[in-house]
Design a protein around this ligand. Structure first.
Ligand code: PLP
Length: 293
């Protein structure tokens, strides 16, 4: 059962509160029917990986959470309150869990009532991703329906924010399943590769590693940040730049990386086999799993 922690400590700002946190049973409703997170997907979230109680890339997640709030014109989340909620949730889960994950959620509050934003976190056991990590995933490319510079031309589309409106991301994964695949790489209308619906793309060309630049409408992945740290320590070259969709077919290897599944090697792209290097990917995932950053 996941541990749910409602944050009464102001979720935005930093006024102290008499009862800052409340642990609630998983099956107890905590969200008002008119909460804008429910009725309009109007809010933001983060998913973070936890190894033996240590929260991976916590500062990078909190920075991205604050950036998502800025893009949605929400007040800045109270980072300390989310940090503490995750620690309380992890302890409430029973402690001693090797692989857990947490979600931080912040919604705009309740519709038609000038309410404050509403926030909570929950912590649960991370599912077993060993099959995806070792045997790889089949992906299809799907058109995301906008050009590469959408974040610059149309900021109201909220690219680069991790919003609660993930219905499109889930629909893309269902489309992948219809096409006999496990996951997706989104492409732009002008022919660039973006990211997966829940993960960052990394491509390998010899000793050089490339990920689509976070300046262009994709999230800056914290798993990818960790992978780049490991690659740099191995003496590999790493870069961020726009990636043409046709480069996917030229890459030696590719991964979709996120905080929960870590690095899933791509073993097929649009039905064509792609090489996976099991030992190399195992090394990357051992680093990502046990990193202290
Ligand atoms: N891109 C999208 C759209 C995501 O939803 C996610 C994570 O859920 C990522 C990239 C990867 O981010 P992270 O590595 O921080 O989990």
């Amino acid at each position: 059962m996941p541990a749910v922690v409602v944050i009464h400590e102001p979720v935005v700002g930093s006024r102290p509160s008499a009862e800052p946190f409340r642990i609630v049973p998983f099956d107890e409703p905590i969200v008002d029917a008119m909460n804008l997170g429910i009725t309009r997907g109007d809010g933001i979230f983060e998913s973070v990986g936890i190894r033996h109680g240590y929260v991976h890339e916590e500062e990078a997640h909190l920075t991205r959470f604050a950036n998502s709030a800025r893009i949605l014109e929400l007040p800045a989340p109270n980072a300390d309150a989310y940090r503490e909620a995750v620690r309380i949730g992890y302890r409430a889960l029973g402690g001693g869990i090797a692989d857990a994950y947490a979600k931080y959620v912040l919604t705009r509050g309740i519709e038609a009532r000038e309410s404050d934003p509403f926030g909570y976190a929950f912590v649960d056991v991370n599912p077993d991703w060993s099959r995806e990590r070792t045997q790889g995933i089949r992906v299809v490319t799907l058109d995301r329906g906008y050009p590469l510079n959408v974040a610059q031309t149309s900021p109201w589309l909220l690219q680069g924010a991790k919003t609660l409106s993930y219905a499109v991301n889930r629909a893309a994964i269902r489309e992948a399943a219809r096409r006999g695949a496990d996951d997706v790489v989104f492409t732009t209308t002008d022919g660039y590769a973006l990211e997966g619906p829940t993960a960052t793309l990394i491509l390998r060309f010899g000793d050089a590693f490339v990920t689509p630049s976070p300046d262009f409408g994709v999230l800056h992945g914290t798993g990818q940040l960790g992978a780049y740290r490991w690659l740099a320590a191995l003496g590999m070259r790493t870069e961020y730049r726009p990636v043409r969709a046709e480069e996917l077919r030229q890459a030696d290897q590719m991964w979709l990386v996120n905080s929960q599944r870590l690095a899933a090697p791509i073993r097929a792209l649009d039905g064509e086999d792609v090489t996976i290097d099991r030992a190399f990917t195992d090394g990357m995932n051992e680093y990502l799993r046990d990193r202290r950053s």
